[in-house]
Design a binder for this molecule. Structure first.
Ligand code: ADP
Length: 811
């Protein structure tokens, strides 16, 4: 880039000026550009007329088309136009060579073209290179070298050409011309007339530029790494897919992961749960397909995704509707329905479970489950049922830790999964049948489930994250309330459902069970007819229960057989008569309920309470010659045995009044038997029954067959109240009993007794055993002086018949 400086004649100092846009020409620099603006073309022409010299000055703002004098920098470059070429589009391409810096002193013309008076500052060829300058040059070239290395725009050759320049001023200009600087910065260098200043400014710019480049490089690298990673992963995934496809494993892990991710994206989860699942999916991705650990992780993810976390059923509690549903689905149960409607009303107001948990208690088949189902229907909430019968390990409630093989969440979360929403009606069936043993106490876990204070963060060992049960409406059922662990029972409000009377069963069978079974067996219309008397026979002789479950099953059996007859073409419609019933179901299965056919000695109808409801229990007593032994048979519990002893002691204490030889206990043995030995019996309520039977046997007085009794006895013959009066009276009524002796203390319970029973049965409250005997015995030995009783004949009789009292021989 050697320049012919001698050509710059100092003869004149006015030159035409060409404004440059976004461009700056340094001295010693040769470059070409296009000129199109008329004033610039004019300036060029003017220059050509003279000595091809022209001043190039940059515009401060390159956007301006028609610059005025104030838009131009005051320092430019005097340059020589070396070539001009007219382009087809009318513009002119020029090749110029910068000669020296030119400071504009004044504008001479502005209109047609700019011409300026300048003060030119030629670079001296010989510059004294001081050590300082030398050092600065070296620094600049080092910085420039690094810059070139970092920059992708400059090559090594350019660098070599630049650093070859010995003249410090031209060197600085050359470096500046190669840097991608803004015009303002380039101008800065141009305006630095002193070489030292020029180098200093350059150093500053270079170090800034280098920093920017360094940053750029880092960003670029990061982006590239990221790109490479995604590309690599994509590539590997594709490869894996290809391999799986090759192996015939189309549904390989990749597809599985994708599917899980999709599911996760679709499901609404609390943030903590989302994160956990996300992590588990990422973990699963790394586990080899065939490994067992993969299955464990997969099952876990499936579980968490299947559980409802935020999904909620839109509930609606409309009391009128609820009442309609309850009445449609359940016959009778007025009090229970009343209480349930109150409960539903409260639910409607609070939404959350408030107050105690409802416990529907009663024997099997009385409609506990179906009532709970109706509650769910009334509230428009999904219904789930979990049976707690036989649960003895709290892991069954809370689940097993994932480390166990085949681990699963507990029954509560299993129920929630089934419910699919966070606010179902959740029936905990048979809560009284939970047991606790060394493996843990499920009752304690249940407490957490049912406690509104704690159940918002229920912890399941498997899921490992707190689960909110506070929107669930829990309802429990139990057969025997007293077997529910105490702390649990405290949280519950018990709604007792006792058994149905025969008449109620008949209604239920006719209006509910039969229509349902007809539908199931496609026996609508008149294909099958079954009269009420036949239904009653079915209830009485083929079922024995407090509820209607067995009845339902038996009706189903009948329907099945009828359906078969019709399907086999044996007949078009079947009228089920008593005979047909027998041919379907065999001979009568239960003969209970029949009262004894005649009054007998030593045979008394007692009443017992069992989980199946009430039942009638006959107590038989025989007197046998002997030495005062008392034999008790019939699978009696301890309390019942003691009660028998008490009854006997009472009779002994009243021996005189009853006209029995006071020493009878030395001469005879007593055998007390309660039939149906297979059924365990216990409780004190057979006390008066046994006392009556003993008294009857010893006095040889017959007992009225239509009287039944229940009551505890004391040594002095007082009669104490008992439990389960409703069930017992139902059983007695069913048996055809017309008089029931009850303790006075139980009179208050009579209001629970169904009105049919109260209408047809006479209840005789008593407070002393003497009153019982007066009612139950045909001839009361207490008033009638031992009519026809010759105790000396005992032995004679016994020698003939082998027994005394309770035997057929005395009728
Ligand atoms: P539980 O849960 O008490 O053992 P379920 O609810 O399973 O009894 O009832 C057994 C069957 O008897 C169900 O089909 C139910 O619909 C029917 N049922 C029970 N009580 C009544 C009733 N009062 N009215 C109509 N159907 C009843």
């Amino acid at each position: 880039m050697a320049t012919d400086h001698t050509d710059i004649g100092q003869s004149r100092d006015v030159y035409p000026l060409l404004p440059l846009r976004g461009l700056l020409v340094y001295p010693s620099m040769v470059l070409h550009f296009d000129v199109g603006r008329p004033r610039s073309v004019r300036a060029l022409e003017e220059a050509m007329v003279e000595d091809n010299l022209i001043v190039l000055a940059s515009q401060e703002d390159g956007q301006i088309d028609e610059p005025t004098t104030s838009d131009l920098y005051r320092v430019g470059t005097l340059a020589r136009v070396k070539q001009m070429l007219k382009l087809p589009n009318g513009t002119i391409r020029v090749l110029v060579e910068g000669l020296c810096r030119a400071e504009i002193l004044a504008f001479v013309t502005e209109d047609e073209f700019f011409s300026v008076r300048v003060h030119t500052q030629e670079e001296q060829d010989e510059v004294k290179v001081t050590p300082e300058l030398q050092a600065m040059m070296r620094s600049v070239s080092q910085q420039f070298e690094q810059y070139v290395k970092l920059s992708r725009k400059l090559d090594q050759e350019t660098y070599a050409a630049v650093v070859d320049i010995n003249h410090p001023g031209r060197f600085a200009d050359a470096v500046a011309s190669h840097l991608p600087l803004k015009v303002r910065e380039k101008q800065d260098i141009l305006e630095a007339f002193s070489i030292q200043e020029r180098l200093e400014r350059l150093l500053q710019i270079l170090s800034d530029e280098r920093e920017v480049l360094e940053l750029e490089r880092k960003i670029h690298q990061r982006v590239r790494k990221q790109m490479e990673k995604t590309q690599k992963e994509y590539y590997l995934r594709e490869q894996m897919k290809a391999i799986q496809r090759e192996l015939g494993d189309k549904e390989g892990r990749t597809a599985e992961i994708e599917e899980l991710r999709e599911k996760l994206a679709k499901k609404k989860l609390p943030p903590a749960v989302y994160e956990k699942v996300d992590k588990e999916i990422a973990r699963l991705e790394r586990i080899p397909t065939a490994s067992a650990e993969g299955t464990v992780a997969r099952t876990y993810i499936d579980w968490v995704l299947a559980l409802p976390w935020t999904e909620k059923a839109r509930t609606q509690a409309d009391i009128a509707r609820a009442e309609r549903i309850l009445n449609e689905e359940h016959f009778g149960l007025e009090k229970v329905k009343e209480r349930i409607l109150e409960f539903i009303a409260v639910q409607a107001l609070t939404e959350k479970q408030s107050g105690p948990i409802i416990c529907l208690a009663g024997p099997p088949g009385v409609g506990k489950t179906s009532l709970a189902r109706s509650i769910a229907k009334s509230l428009k909430r999904p219904f789930v049922r979990v049976s707690l019968g036989g649960v003895r390990d709290d892991a069954e409630i809370r689940g097993h830790r994932r480390t166990y093989i085949g681990a699963m969440p507990g029954r509560i979360l299993q129920g929630m999964r089934q419910a699919e929403v966070v606010n179902p009606v959740f029936l905990l069936d048979e809560i009284d049948k939970m047991a606790s043993d060394f493996r843990g106490d499920p009752a304690a876990a249940m407490l957490e489930v049912l406690d509104p204070e704690q159940n918002a963060t229920f912890s399941d060992h498997y899921i490992e994250m707190p689960y909110d049960l506070s929107d669930v409406l829990f309802i429990t059922t139990a057969n025997n309330v007293f077997q529910i662990p105490g702390p649990l029972r405290d949280r519950m409000e018990v709604i007792q459902l006792s058994g149905y009377t025969e008449l109620e069963k008949l209604h239920i069978a006719r209006d509910h069970l039969l229509p349902r079974q007809r539908e199931r067996h496609a026996l609508k219309g008149d294909k099958m007819r079954i009269g009420e008397d036949v239904l009653m026979e079915l209830i009485r002789h083929y079922t024995r229960e407090a509820g209607v479950r067995q009845l339902d099953r038996t009706i189903a059996t009948v329907c099945r057989k009828v359906a078969r007859m019709i399907a086999a073409g044996e007949s078009k419609r079947v009228v089920v008569t008593s005979t047909i019933l027998r041919s379907f179901l065999g001979p009568h299965r239960y003969e209970f309920g029949e009262i004894e056919e005649v009054d007998q000695v030593g045979v008394v109808a007692g009443l017992a309470w069992t989980e199946l409801g009430g039942d009638m229990l006959t107590v038989e007593v025989s007197v046998i010659p002997g030495s005062g032994k008392v034999v008790l048979t019939g699978h009696l519990g301890d309390v019942m045995k003691e009660s028998a002893q008490t009854a006997l002691s009472y009779v002994r204490s009243r021996a005189k009044a009853l006209h029995i030889p006071v020493d009878f206990h030395e001469k005879v043995d007593l055998h007390i038997h309660v039939p149906e030995g297979a059924i365990p019996k216990d409780g004190p309520s057979a006390g008066i029954t046994m006392a009556t039977a003993i008294a009857s046997a010893l006095t040889n007085c017959k007992v009225r067959r239509d009287v039944a009794m229940t009551g505890e006895i004391t040594l002095r013959g007082r009669v104490l109240p008992i439990g389960g009066l409703k069930e017992k009276s139902l059983a007695a009524h069913r048996a055809g009993i017309r008089t029931i002796v009850i303790p006075k203390g139980n009179v208050k319970d009579l209001e629970d007794v169904p009105s049919v029973v109260r209408e047809q049965v006479e209840f005789r409250p008593v407070s002393h055993m003497d009153e019982v005997l007066a009612i139950a015995l045909v001839d009361n030995p207490l008033d009638v002086p031992a009519k026809g009783l010759d105790h000396s004949a005992w032995f004679a009789d016994l020698s003939e018949s082998g027994s005394y009292g309770g035997g057929e021989a005395h009728q």
